[in-house]
Design a protein around this ligand. Sequence first.
Ligand code: DQA
Length: 145
Amino acid sequence: MILVVNGPNINLLEKRDRDLYGGISAGEIKNELEARAAEDNFDIEWKQSNSEGMLVDFLQKNRHKAQGIIINPAAYSHTSIALLDCFKMLDIPIIEVHLSNPAARGNEREFLTAAAADGVIMGFGAESYLLAYQELKRIIRSGGE
Ligand code: DQA
């Protein structure tokens, strides 16, 4: 089972800046991922929360039943030591994703959580999630390498 975890304001993704996020909804991304995962016999557990503590709780609670994590911490990517510490404690592969490329926005946001992810995919819109899934599948099937 793969956890797909989303931080604040991803629940209203379709309402956010179209130039950055493409007008797609979280539900559409979820459906696409589930369809892709079903072909490979993987289950997806989708989670979105606007609360930092809820995200930490969810990751802690599900850490033993998941084979890997795709996570878009959204704004918490740039602020959350709690999520960073949680990532460090998890012993399953974690891929951080961003729809946009925040590094190119010139606003000097730091990337805190990414430091403890196995890799980061950003800037490909909803496709970032599918690329992350593809790589996570490869890692899981190869036994975690
Ligand atoms: C985001 C990028 C973050 O900088 C921003 O705060 C978000 C979305 C993305 O997916 O591009 O909420 O994580």
